[in-house]
Design a protein around this ligand. Sequence first.
Ligand SMILES: [Zn+2]
Length: 176
Amino acid sequence: MHCPFCRHADSRVVDSRTSDDGASIRRRRQCPACNRRFTTIETASLSVVKRSGVTEPFSREKIVTGVRKACQGRPVNEDDLAVLAQKVEESLRAGGSAELDAYEIGLAILGPLRELDEVAYLRFASVYQAFDSLEDFETAINSLRAEREERAASFGEADARTADDEPSGDVVPDQV
Ligand SMILES: [Zn+2]
């Protein structure tokens, strides 16, 4: 890369260090022309290919803006939105693809949003998945309901198991 001082076209790496979280690398560079030193920070780029074909850098802020609309009037605060955007970015990076389209990003938002707020999730999904009938809403609501019941059932089973495992003679009644 060009030297920021004299614009010389080349530079030499004199030191490289990976950041603690492993997400970036710092390089100390020296310009062979003016001998001055500078630092560069390298991170893996995540780009978004828009419908128009234009590519722009991934931005958590855009995720927050997109989801905030769906969360209007819901008990979701700015911290929740920031955490959601972070989860979305992590899952997209874990996917290993450097270029993403709107569809993939929407898909990555659905999971964490569903955990955050079911109503906001339905609103977002109705736009993203282009719901165009009551049946679409019904299907989505039924799937949320089925999952909730499944969770409740598995908690119930866990309780039952614990109760069975306890030797009954050692159980002390609550009101003694
Ligand atoms: Zn230079």
